[in-house]
Design a protein around this ligand. Structure first.
Ligand code: IDP
Ligand code: MG
Length: 155
C-alpha cells in the first residue's frame, strides 16, 4: 500500500563541494518526487548532535559530527508516495561498495564515511529531522506537481 510521506534529504558537504547538488536533485525529480523546501546552511554543533543522536558512542560518531559541519549542506524536504524508501533506494546503501550500481552512493561516493547524501530512514526520523532544519513556514506543501496530477487522473 503506497503512502504519501515527507522526508528530510541533505546533500552533505562533500556533495556540495563536488558540485553534485543538481545531479542529486535531478534523480529525485526524475522519479516524480516533489521538492517542497530547500536551503543551503552551515550545520551548527547543536544541529549535528541532534541529527546524529542515534549514533552517539559509535566509533565513527566524532568524525561524522565533524564531517557534517565541514562545509555548507543543501537541506531539503521532499514529498511523495513512499518517498522515504524511494529516496533511500535512489541513494543506495550507506557504503559505495554495498550500494547498487546506478545509485547516487555507488556512482559518486568514495568511501562509507563520506557518502554525499543523507535521507531519513522512517516516518518518525523524517519528522524529527525536518524539525531540526526547517520551520513549518519554510515548507511549501501545497503546490501540485505532475506526479500528483497523474495519480489523481488515474484514480
Ligand atoms: P545512512 O546514512 O545510510 O542512513 P547511518 O547508518 O544512519 O547510514 O549512518 C549515518 C552516517 O554515518 C552515514 O551516512 C555515514 O556518513 C556514516 N557512517 C555510517 N556507518 C559508518 C561506518 O561504519 N563507518 C564510518 N562512517 C559510517
Ligand atoms: Mg541513517
Amino acid at each position: 500500500m503506497q503512502e504519501e510521506q515527507r522526508t528530510f534529504i541533505a546533500v552533505k558537504p562533500d556533495g556540495v563541494k563536488r558540485g553534485l547538488v543538481g545531479e542529486i536533485i535531478k534523480r529525485f525529480e526524475n522519479r516524480g518526487f516533489k521538492l517542497i523546501a530547500l536551503k543551503m546552511i552551515d550545520v551548527t554543533p547543536e544541529m549535528a548532535e541532534k541529527h546524529y543522536a542515534e549514533h552517539k558512542g559509535k566509533p565513527f560518531y566524532e568524525r561524522l559530527i565533524r564531517y557534517i559541519q565541514s562545509g555548507p549542506i543543501v537541506a531539503m524536504v521532499w514529498k511523495g508516495y513512499d518517498v522515504i524508501a524511494g529516496t533511500r533506494q535512489i541513494m543506495g546503501a550507506t557504503g559505495p561498495l554495498d550500494a547498487q550500481v546506478g545509485t547516487i552512493r555507488a556512482d559518486f561516493a568514495l568511501v562509507k564515511e563520506y557518502n554525499i547524501v543523507h535521507g531519513s530512514d522512517c516516518v518518525e526520523s523524517a519528522e524529527r529531522e525536518i524539525n531540526i532544519y526547517f520551520d513549518e513556514k519554510e515548507i511549501f506543501d501545497e503546490y501540485e506537481n505532475m506526479a500528483e496530477i497523474v495519480i489523481e487522473d488515474l484514480g
